[in-house]
Ligand binder design. Structure first.
Ligand code: ADP
Length: 161
């Protein structure tokens, strides 16, 4: 069975992420969406909340699982017996960072392959941070994130800002 791991911060999940999850789930037997703890970033949502939001959005996709980890990615991959990392690529600006990460992960574990999927053109401008900015300043985030989580984002922003 080919299991792929799609790691990220997902703070919160956007329609760009969801598009990659759907496409990856058509290619691999199983996709694990992995919320990674980034000690340098103070998030809008806690790690547990992000996992809950993603679970809600992918609940009908039978071969998609959601987990979180504070481990090194290649070590987590061993625990779930996976050797494929999925990454989404938006603009050229994503490339340099992702290229470096892919080489580093491959250096840490030569069995690990990173597979890149090009963003859907309609989401190429979309990031979690731009969604948060729009929401904080009262803009409409419909169409940018799944409908089922819009309320949660607006409520969280009301509490925090
Ligand atoms: P963001 O940059 O939105 O904060 P993450 O750090 O959670 O996202 O990114 C997780 C993965 O999803 C990365 O591989 C990133 O390139 C990819 N990704 C993020 N937004 C999009 C998008 N709009 N289209 C395709 N891939 C995306």
């Amino acid at each position: 069975m080919k299991t792929a791991v799609y790691p990220g911060s997902f703070d919160p999940i956007t329609n760009g992420h969801l598009d990659i999850i759907e496409r990856a789930s058509n290619v691999f037997d199983e996709v694990i969406v992995l919320v990674l703890v980034n000690p340098n970033k103070q998030g809008l949502f806690s790690i547990e909340e992000r996992v809950e939001l993603i679970k809600r959005v992918v609940k009908d996709k039978k071969n998609v699982k959601v987990q979180c980890s504070s481990e090194l990615l290649v070590n987590f991959m061993k625990t779930v017996n996976a050797n494929i990392i999925i990454k989404g690529l938006r603009a050229v600006s994503d490339f340099e960072y992702e290229f470096q990460m892919a080489l580093m992960n491959n250096k840490l574990d030569p069995n690990v392959e990173t597979v890149f999927m090009m963003t859907n053109a309609q989401y190429s401008f979309l990031s979690s941070s731009s969604v948060k900015q729009v929401a904080i300043f009262g803009g409409c985030i419909q169409g940018l994130v799944p409908d089922e989580i819009i309320w949660d984002i607006m409520e969280k922003i009301k509490q925090k800002y």
